[in-house]
Design a protein around this ligand. Structure first.
Ligand code: ADP
Length: 452
C-alpha cells in the first residue's frame, strides 16, 4: 500500500525540481540561522544568493559526527529552544551520543515518513502493531509510534526487552505487525520455538526491522520463526530517525526506497569523498531538505551501501541496498577488506549452524588474525548428545571437524581470508537484550597497547 501515492510515484523530473527548490531554501535557511554553517560556507566561498541547488551540492563539504560533538548540545540548532518540541539522542553506538531536535513540523514529517514506511512494510489502517523498539531518547520507539498512529494502526507501546511480556502480548493482543531490531526479532523467533508456542497462537504477518545491519540469513530465521514477511527499515537520528528508507514488502531483497522528497542521498568514495557511479558501494551521505530545528547538509553517515534506480519498483524514489556495515566496522586484515555481515551471509544455507556468530580481530606479533565463532544448531547438539561444544568434543566428532572445515573453506572462498573458526554450542553467544547487538570485537589496538 502507498501512504502518499502522489509523492511516492512523483515523476523523477518533478522530484528533482522539488529537491532543487528545497535544497536552495535549506542552504539559505542554515546560512542565516546556524553559525556553524555560516562560518563553513564563508570559508568555502558559498553564498545562498549564488548557490545553484543540486548542481552545486558537492561544493558544500561534509558535516560529520564530530561536528555534532563539537557543537554539543544545541550548537547546530536553527531555531530558539522554545520552538523545539522534542529532543532525542543517537544511541551512542560509536561514542558519545549526539543530540538532535525537532519542531512540531519536523515531528509531523517524521510521522509521515514512518507512516509511508510502515505502509510499504505491509501495514494497513486498522491493524495492530507491537512496537518493540526502545522508547526514550533513542529515536526508534517514539519514531515508529507516531508514524504508526498516523497510518491508523493500533499501537502496543511495549518497548524493547522483557521477552516474557513480548510473547504474552503477541498471543493475547494478536498484533499483525512487530517492529524491533533484527537481533531482537531473532531472540523472539528463537524463544517461540524453544517454548513450543504454536504458530496459531500468534497472528503476526509483518515485521519491520532496523537500527543495525542484517542480511538474508536473519531474514530467513525471523520470517520462518515468526511467520512474517520481514522488511528493512533504516534511519539515523542525525537526519530524522527510522523511516529515512524502507523496503517494500513485495520487493524484498531488492533494496529500500529512500524518501527523497525529504532526504537527499548520495554515495561517495570513503577515501576521496568523491561521488561514485550509480550502483557502486561507498559511504552514504544525506542532506535534509525540509528540517526546521536541525537541518543537516551532507551528513557523512559512515554507513556503507549503494544507490540505484533499476527494475522491480512500484515507486519512483531511489533505492538503497542493505547497509554492509559502518565504515568503522570494516576490518582490514592482511590487506583484505571485509564486513562482518559477509560472515553472516555465509551462514545462510549451511546445515547444522545457527544464525549467531561473532567476529574477533586480534594481533599476534605483527600479524592480524581473525577468529569467527559460530554456534552449531540445537538439533545437532541433541543428535550428538552434547551439553556444550568443547575442543575435546570437536576432536571426538568427525562431523564437527568437517563442519568447521566447510565453514573455513567457505569463508576463504568468499571473503579471501583464512580465519580461525571456533564452534560453540547453541546459545553460547550473546543475544540482543532488546536493542542493537554488536557482533564484532576488534582487539588489535588493545593487543598493541599491552605490548607497549
Ligand atoms: P548510533 O549511530 O549511535 O547507533 P542511531 O540510533 O541514530 O545512533 O542509529 C543510526 C545508525 O544505525 C545508522 O547510521 C546505521 O549505522 C544503523 N542503522 C539504522 N538502521 C539500519 C538498518 N536498517 N540497517 C543497517 N544499519 C542500520
Amino acid at each position: 500500500m502507498l501512504f502518499q501515492p502522489e509523492i511516492e510515484r512523483m515523476p523523477l523530473a518533478q522530484l528533482r525540481e522539488l529537491q532543487n527548490t528545497r535544497l536552495k531554501r535549506q542552504v539559505e535557511y542554515v546560512y542565516h540561522r546556524v553559525p556553524f554553517y555560516k562560518a563553513k560556507f564563508d570559508a568555502l566561498g558559498i553564498h545562498p544568493s549564488t548557490f545553484q541547488g543540486l548542481t552545486d551540492l558537492t561544493r558544500l563539504g561534509f558535516t560529520r559526527k564530530t561536528d555534532f560533538r563539537d557543537n554539543y548540545p544545541f550548537g547546530l540548532f536553527a531555531v530558539p529552544q522554545p520552538e523545539v518540541a522534542r529532543l532525542h539522542c543517537s544511541s551512542g553506538t560509536t561514542g558519545k551520543a549526539t543530540v538532535v531536535g525537532y519542531t512540531a513540523q519536523d515531528l509531523n514529517i517524521f510521522a509521515e515518513v514512518v507512516a509511508r514506511s510502515l505502509a510499504a512494510a505491509g501495514c494497513r489502517p486498522g491493524m495492530k502493531l507491537q512496537n518493540a523498539y526502545g522508547y526514550g531518547l533513542f529515536t526508534g520507539g517514539l519514531g515508529i509510534h507516531y508514524g504508526a498512529e498516523k497510518l491508523g494502526l493500533t499501537v502496543i507501546p511495549v518497548s524493547g526487552g522483557g521477552t516474557d511480556r513480548q510473547l504474552q502480548l503477541l498471543q493475547d493482543f494478536r498484533p499483525e505487525i512487530i517492529c524491533a531490531t533484527p537481533s531482537y526479532a531473532q531472540v523472539l523467533a528463537e524463544e517461540i520455538q524453544r517454548r513450543g508456542i504454536a504458530p496459531e497462537a500468534l497472528n503476526l504477518q509483518y515485521a519491520a526491522l532496523g537500527a543495525e545491519p542484517w542480511t538474508e540469513t536473519i531474514r530467513q530465521q525471523v520470517e520462518s520463526g515468526l511467520r512474517v514477511q520481514a522488511t528493512n527499515i533504516y534511519g539515523l537520528s542525525e537526519i530524522m530517525g527510522p523511516g529515512v528508507s524502507q523496503e517494500d514488502v513485495n520487493e524484498r531483497g531488492t533494496g529500500s526506497y529512500v524518501w527523497e522528497d525529504h532526504f537527499l542521498p548520495e554515495i561517495v568514495d570513503k577515501d576521496t569523498g568523491e561521488p561514485v557511479a550509480e550502483g557502486e558501494l561507498g559511504v552514504l551521505v544525506f542532506t535534509t531538505l525540509t528540517k526546521q530545528a536541525m537541518p543537516i547538509l551532507r551528513y557523512w553517515t559512515n554507513d556503507i551501501t549503494n544507490l540505484y534506480y533499476g527494475e522491480s519498483r512500484s515507486r519512483t524514489h531511489v533505492k538503497m541496498g542493505p547497509i554492509r556495515g559502518r565504515a568503522d566496522d570494516m576490518l582490514i586484515i592482511r590487506g583484505v577488506n571485509f564486513f562482518p555481515t559477509q560472515v553472516e551471509d555465509i551462514l545462510r544455507g549451511l546445515d547444522h549452524v545457527s544464525p549467531y556468530y561473532q567476529v574477533v580481530a586480534s594481533r599476534r606479533g605483527s600479524l592480524d588474525e581473525v577468529e569467527v565463532s559460530v554456534e552449531i544448531s540445537e538439533e545437532l547438539m541433541r543428535g550428538l548428545e552434547l551439553a556444550a561444544v568443547t575442543e575435546a568434543a570437536v576432536a571426538q566428532h568427525e562431523c564437527l571437524r568437517t563442519l568447521r572445515g566447510t565453514l573455513a573453506k567457505k569463508i576463504k572462498d568468499n571473503i579471501g581470508l583464512s580465519m580461525h573458526v571456533q564452534l560453540l554450542g547453541f546459545g553460547q553467544l550473546p543475544r540482543s537484550e532488546g536493542g542493537k547487538l554488536s557482533r564484532v570485537r576488534d582487539l588489535r589496538d588493545l593487543n598493541q597497547a599491552h605490548r607497549a
